[in-house]
Design a protein around this ligand. Sequence first.
Ligand SMILES: [Zn+2]
Length: 157
Amino acid sequence: MDILDKPVEELTHTELRFWVKTKYNDDTGCVEWDTPARRGGYPSFYYKNDIEAAHRVAYELVHGEIPEGGAILHRCDNRICLHPRHIRHGTKSENTREMYERNDECGLSPCEVREIKRLRDEEGLTYEELGDRFGLHCRTIGRIIRGETYAWVDDIE
Ligand SMILES: [Zn+2]
């Protein structure tokens, strides 16, 4: 793959395992993950004994290790893109802002997320009760409460 500036025979096992899952999009010039990602989500890849967002892996494979707390941002605004020249290193607050602007995950506003956490903490509502009130699955509520989604809400004013 010529985007890598490296002949295929010099790629490591991990690099091959990763890039074989991607395909070049002639229309956009992006290199995209070849397996559909969860709706609105980033594709993920098993890397260094963990599940990692594929664009972060792409960055590490080509540009080297991401500094602690570093965020990898898309220049092309195509979240399934893994083109080494379409992703760049940015600060955590840039990333927070970007996520906020996209308002991804299940479309809740920061206020709603805070309200869910408040109702859980102060009024002890169950995941099911919260789910009914906000029209979400109780597992979705669980992820919000545990900070697996919407953790960025705590980073903004
Ligand atoms: Zn791209």
